[in-house]
Design a protein around this ligand. Structure first.
Ligand SMILES: [Zn+2]
Length: 441
């Protein structure tokens, strides 16, 4: 079936940043076949269904390169608690997270992402099979990795159980049209070096991405300085796990030589400005990363760390923090920021051949952002509108792989109220166990 989207302000985000103030897109099946300036050639209109964009901004589906989507039940719990990861997140996860909680938490978070125009996300968590099921049920694109970590977890009695789970998970989901499996060692200092290597070998064996938290925590930096006289990046480089398949989440604390190593290895970075600055951890040197050609994607981080799963929040925070950090208003014009959330994000996931731009042959992952609401007028520059004016509520329609998942701001295939009800059904035990930490959360 052919669908014609007409009368849109189309931001292709292609390598020339081609933009059509009055343009069209044609979708056939799961792909884009044509993009151009109106009018639509008559021969392409025959038998097609029509969508009148009514002047909306039409952009590629946004790409969230770092998330733990199933952590919805943790949202607003101990937001301001220092060292929360070790003090209550790890222990509560281990005691209280179940496959059902992961599934319904994932579906809830996926609904939130679709409604905010995110069509692809990368996730690392436990019971990742349930996250994959949720992606399939919701029709969103997921790059999903089971967490490998040197401690007992909710889905493994023994440390490093994620390695076996991850192998089975990759075998099960490899080749799925929406789910791209990968392996996700938790972090540089939460795995013994040999397990970072084993996880990397698995990624090589199945040709998947390899993602981990890196250079994020002060205590992580101190640990590597003390134990190895190295930075975490130097350590990963010496271990041989930096390559184009490596996606490093955060990279807040970087030396010049760290950046050289990442660039030379062809590795990518997921930058989570909302989560990093909420925790007071610092601002990653993204300007320098981009100058060195490192692909940098944007990430919301999990709903416990970054709270909103909206890319619009990341856009705005990115502009504010990086311009302030560099004392330069002209740095990162809005178009460059939208590019990070689309085309460069796709590159960071090694998927630039399939997603991230509106071009013939690419997957039809498309977002329409309306301009009728009170906050969207006037609009001289659509990139500026996306970074500085738009909110999740302005997302009008969303397609993933040619399937319409959001229409007029409502999910087409999921019932938001029912998902919340089912998630709440799973939460009493979690809430009971969280009482142990009541004094700090
Ligand atoms: Zn994270």
């Amino acid at each position: 079936m052919r669908t014609v989207i007409e009368n849109g302000w189309i931001l292709t985000m292609d390598s020339a940043d081609t933009c059509y103030e009055n343009g069209y897109i044609i979708i056939e099946g799961d792909r884009i076949t044509h993009v151009g300036k109106s009018p639509v050639p008559a021969d392409l209109l025959a038998g097609a269904s029509h969508v009148d964009a009514g002047g909306s901004i039409v952009m590629p589906g946004m790409i969230n390169t770092h998330c733990h989507v199933s952590m919805i039940p943790f949202r607003t719990m101990g937001d301001d608690c220092p060292d929360r990861l070790r003090r209550f997140l790890f222990p509560l996860e281990e005691k209280a997270v179940t496959p059902q909680l992961v599934y319904w938490g994932a579906l809830y978070g996926i609904a939130e992402m679709l409604l905010s125009g995110i069509t692809t996300f990368l996730d690392m968590y436990y019971f990742e099979d349930q996250v994959a099921e949720a992606c399939r049920d919701a029709g969103i694109r997921g790059f999903l990795g089971e967490t490998v970590i040197g401690q007992k977890t909710c889905d493994s009695e023994a440390p490093y159980g994620g390695l076996d789970y991850g192998r089975k998970f990759i075998q099960k989901w490899k080749g799925d049209p929406l789910v791209s499996p990968l392996i996700a060692p938790h972090g540089t200092n939460t795995n013994q070096p040999e397990f970072l290597e084993k996880a990397y070998a698995l990624a090589c064996e199945y040709d998947t991405l390899y993602t981990l938290h890196a250079s994020e925590m002060d205590y992580e930096m101190d640990y590597f300085a003390r134990e190895y006289h190295q930075t975490p990046t130097e350590f990963l480089h010496a271990l041989g796990v930096l390559s184009p398949r490596t996606l490093l989440a955060h990279c807040i604390h970087m030396t010049e030589s760290d950046l050289d190593r990442i660039a030379a290895a062809g590795a990518s970075v997921s930058h989570c400005i909302g989560s990093n600055t909420k925790a007071g951890k610092g601002v990653s040197p993204v300007k320098t990363m981009l100058e060195r050609g490192i692909p940098v994607g944007l990430g919301t981080d999990g709903p416990s760390s970054g709270n909103t799963l909206s890319m619009f929040t990341q856009f705005r925070l990115f502009a504010s923090f990086h311009k302030t950090e560099n004392r330069d208003r002209s740095l990162f014009p809005a178009r460059d920021i939208v590019r990070l959330g689309t085309r460069t994000g796709a590159k960071a996931l090694g998927a630039a051949d399939r997603i991230g731009t509106l071009e013939p042959g690419k997957q039809a992952d498309i977002v329409m952002v309306e301009r009728n609401s009170i906050n969207m007028f006037p609009c001289y520059n659509p990139y500026s509108a996306l970074v500085y004016s738009a909110e999740r509520a302005n997302v009008d329609r969303v397609w993933v792989a040619g399937q319409e998942r959001v229409r007029h701001g409502r999910l087409t295939g999921l019932d938001e109220t029912e998902i919340r009800r089912r998630l709440l059904e799973q939460m009493p035990d979690f809430l009971e166990k969280s009482r142990e930490f009541a004094s700090i959360i």
